[in-house]
Design a protein around this ligand. Structure first.
Ligand SMILES: CC(C)(COP(=O)(O)OP(=O)(O)OC[C@H]1O[C@@H](n2cnc3c(N)ncnc32)[C@H](O)[C@@H]1OP(=O)(O)O)[C@@H](O)C(=O)NCCC(=O)NCCS
Length: 127
C-alpha cells in the first residue's frame, strides 16, 4: 500500500460547547450525520465526541487535499463510524467519496482522542 495523505486536527471542546449552546440541533445537523448525532447525544458529555468528529472530518479533508484532491467537501460527506468494540473508522460519501475514488484510496485509518479540553484526530489514506 502507498500512503496518499495524512491529516491531523485538534478542536477545543469549549468552542463546541458554545456552538451547541448557541445553535443546538441546527449545528448538530449541519456537522454530523444522524448516526453520529445519535452516538454523541447518547454520552455524558456530547461536546467531547462532537469535537472528535469535527477533528476527524477536518483531518480527513487535510489528508485528501495532501493527496491532491481539489473538490470542496462538506461536513456530512465524511462520517465517523464505530465497530462493536468502539474502534472508529471513516466512511466517505458524495464529494468525499468522489475525491477518494479519484485518488484511488483503498484504505483509510482514523484514530481519535479527547480530554476535557480538546479532541484530536489523525487520518491516514492509502492507495
Ligand atoms: C479504547 C481505549 C484505548 C480508549 O482510550 P482512552 O484514553 O480511554 O480514550 P481517548 O479519549 O484517547 O479516545 C477515545 C476514542 O477512542 C476510540 N476508541 C474506542 N475504542 C477503541 C478501540 N478499541 N481501539 C481504538 N480506538 C478506540 C473512540 O473513537 C473514542 O472516541 P469516541 O467515543 O468519541 O468515538 C481505552 O479505553 C482502552 O480500552 N484501553 C485499554 C487499556 C490498555 O490495554 N492499554 C494498553 C496500554 S499499553
Amino acid at each position: 500500500m502507498t500512503l496518499v495523505g495524512v491529516g491531523l486536527d485538534l478542536v477545543d471542546v469549549a468552542r463546541v460547547e458554545q456552538l451547541l449552546d448557541r445553535y443546538g440541533d441546527r449545528a448538530l445537523r449541519r456537522l454530523l450525520t444522524p448516526r453520529e448525532q445519535d452516538y454523541c447525544l447518547s454520552l455524558a458529555v456530547p461536546a467531547r465526541h462532537v469535537a472528535a468528529r469535527i477533528a476527524a472530518k477536518e483531518a480527513a479533508y487535510k489528508a485528501l487535499v495532501q493527496g491532491g484532491a481539489r473538490r470542496v467537501v462538506w461536513w456530512l460527506d465524511t462520517e465517523v463510524v464505530r465497530d462493536p468494540g468502539g474502534l472508529p473508522s471513516l466512511s466517505f460519501h458524495d464529494r468525499a467519496r468522489q475525491s477518494a475514488d479519484e485518488l484511488k484510496v483503498s484504505r483509510s485509518l482514523l484514530s481519535l482522542t479527547h480530554s476535557d479540553a480538546a479532541a484530536g484526530a489523525v487520518v491516514l489514506l492509502f492507495r
